[in-house]
Design a protein around this ligand. Structure first.
Ligand code: HEC
Ligand code: HEC
Length: 512
């Protein structure tokens, strides 16, 4: 990590000085470009609900894999388990509330533990960098300000000018490697800002459309807490962790980790697909009547809420988990933490954008190819190596509840129904298996199923499983796959080619 924060007690005491220095340097650096924070004039007087984004008060699930254990049952509509835990007097789900409360302080954090100084400072930072629903924006610190924030360690014994000189010296003696690394990260964050189309005009347009079409379910800050959210089987997505389910980006897990990492970040194309087609099997509607330009603006606005929410989340979570080295994040320390998180979040959106999932052709020429590929997929699906059946018990027809990363409840999909939230085309299913469904705990099969071009001109293993899934959801295909004569015919054909893959399959039985 290239970001350096003061580590000593003296440095913490010197916060005030550092704040002044930062302010002076930012003032000197002359912020003119539109990605920079600007003070908004008192111009218009917006109506109550668009003048302000409320600060987050609901609990944060911070555990790396979400909550421990498994939910006992589906929650009552309108009471997410987290909400039940936060308001135990109001909920009918006392048991679920207790399970979550038991993890408080470990996997779950309560923003009520922030100090009032932290709360007001964070609210001001969020306003400054992300604006209001009426004038939404995403600002980045400029490079000089970022350098100062990362290097300034003021000396309380000295005056402001002497301290400025000190910062100058530090900047000069700053190790070139780590400065360049920070510079690269900032450059990429800036590129990503452009790529994600986060300019003020697009966001303002998106915000109007969002209030019209999305707010009722997804809520003003994208918390998924709109008025209509109450009776939904799948809770409207909470964008505020910067995590999505149905993405076709897969930044390799071995990338150097910055901040909370890029897992679960979508491509713009993924969000466009979600809006155009909706999410089958949930209340998320399709929006076929909106123009391309309107969809683009909505996507930018969802990304704005997501970046805002994740910066808020990461800053709150860190400020509530002080360590011996970082005893507190008050005052300018909090500014430094906030800005670092913002740059990290943008950097991670960029990392996702650079790694779209490569989807090879499925190489099916005829019906026989398809059935053979599905038979291979049957064997792969049921092998212990991939473990599909350990979560999708009886092909998912048997209930197996799990926590998702928001502290919500999910069920491994019933694969017999052919209802897929991320899309039912072969390429959609391919992407799902390649990348997994990060926030739901479904693992990626990139390193196992996608290894090597096992058959250069034939469907690879992921395609085999996709073809199996497609056959599984079709009663007629299901019947044909179980036909012993079909199996024998294919085995014989493969043996002639020296391929023994299906040899140990004696019978195909699909029980559920
Ligand atoms: C009737 C309620 C409803 C409305 C209106 C609605 N959504 Fe959703 N949305 C949902 C639900 C429910 C989900 C979660 C589905 C799931 O978990 O699979 C969702 C999920 C999403 C996702 C997450 C996709 C992913 O990959 O994780 C995005 C993005 C989204 N909605 C954007 C929007 C936008 C933008 C609008 C307005 C144009 C909108 N939604 C309107 C209910 C709604
Ligand atoms: C650790 C548990 C787990 C394992 C292992 C697992 N899944 Fe899943 N899977 C899930 C969960 C949970 C969901 C539902 C996600 C949601 O709705 O948020 C899911 C959803 C799916 C979906 C639906 C995608 C969509 O767009 O709706 C498919 C298809 C799927 N799994 C196939 C597989 C296959 C094939 C395997 C084995 C190669 C597998 N899964 C292994 C947990 C698992």
């Amino acid at each position: 990590m290239v970001w350096l924060l003061p580590r000593t007690r003296e440095a913490v005491r010197s916060r005030q000085h550092r704040g002044i220095i930062t302010a002076v340097v930012i003032a000197m650096s002359g912020c003119a470009d539109s990605y920079l924070p600007a003070t908004r004039g008192a111009g218009s007087v917006p109506s109550a609900d668009v003048s302000h984004y409320p600060l987050r008060t609901d609990w944060l699930v911070v555990g790396k894999t979400g909550l421990d254990g498994a939910p006992k049952r589906w929650p009552t509509p309108g009471f997410s388990p987290l909400k039940s835990a936060q308001f135990p007097q109001l909920t009918p789900d006392r048991d679920l509330a207790e399970d979550v409360r038991a993890q408080l302080g470990r996997n779950v954090l309560d923003p009520a533990n922030l100090t009032s100084g932290q709360v007001s400072r964070l609210a001001r930072l969020l306003d400054e960098y992300f604006g209001t629903p009426l004038q939404p924006c995403v600002r980045l610190p400029d490079w000089p300000a970022l350098m100062v924030l990362s290097q300034a360690r003021a000396d309380v014994q000295k005056g402001v000018l002497a301290n400025l000189a000190l910062v100058g010296q530090r900047l000069q003696s700053w190790e070139a490697g780590s400065r360049q690394a920070l510079r690269r990260q900032w450059d990429q964050a800036l590129q990503t800002w452009k790529l994600l189309r986060l300019d003020d005009a697009t966001l303002a347009r998106g915000s109007v459309l969002y209030r019209r079409w999305c707010l009722a379910c997804h809520g003003p800050t994208g918390a998924g807490d709109g008025r209509q959210a109450v009776a939904q089987a799948a809770w409207p997505r909470d964008y505020r962790q910067g995590i999505f389910k149905f993405t076709t980006a897969f930044p390799p897990p071995d990338l150097p980790r910055v901040g909370r990492g890029p897992a679960g970040k979508p491509l713009r194309a993924d969000l466009i697909r979600t809006l155009r087609r909706g999410i089958d099997g949930s209340m998320m509607p399709a929006f076929p009547h909106l123009s391309d330009e309107e969809i683009e603006a909505l996507v930018s606005y969802v990304i704005h809420l997501s970046i805002r929410g994740e910066t808020e989340f990461a800053t709150m979570a860190r400020a509530m988990q002080p360590t011996e080295e970082d005893p507190d994040f008050e005052g300018p320390e909090l500014d430094a933490l906030f800005v670092k998180n913002l740059v990290d979040v943008l950097y991670n959106w960029g990392a996702a954008a650079q790694h779209p999932i490569p989807i090879p052709p499925h190489y099916l020429r005829n019906e026989d190819d398809r059935l053979l590929s599905a038979l291979r997929g049957y064997k792969l699906y049921n092998s212990a190596e991939f473990g599909c059946a350990s979560c999708h018990v009886k092909y998912g027809s048997e209930q197996q509840l799990k926590w998702d990363l928001w502290g919500g409840v999910v069920q491994p999909r019933n694969l017999l129904l052919g209802v897929y939230r991320g899309g039912r085309r072969g390429q959609d299913l391919y992407a799902r298996l390649y990348g997994g469904i990060h926030p739901s705990g479904m693992p990626s099969f990139r390193n196992t199923l996608a290894t090597g071009p096992s058959y250069p001109d034939r469907p690879d293993k992921i395609w085999n499983v996709v073809h199996f899934l497609q056959a599984l959801a079709d009663p007629y295909d299901r019947q044909r796959l179980q036909d012993p004569q079909l199996l024998e015919r294919f085995k014989k054909r493969l043996r002639q080619q020296g391929d023994l893959f299906l040899d140990d399959v004696t019978r195909v039985t699909i029980d559920f």
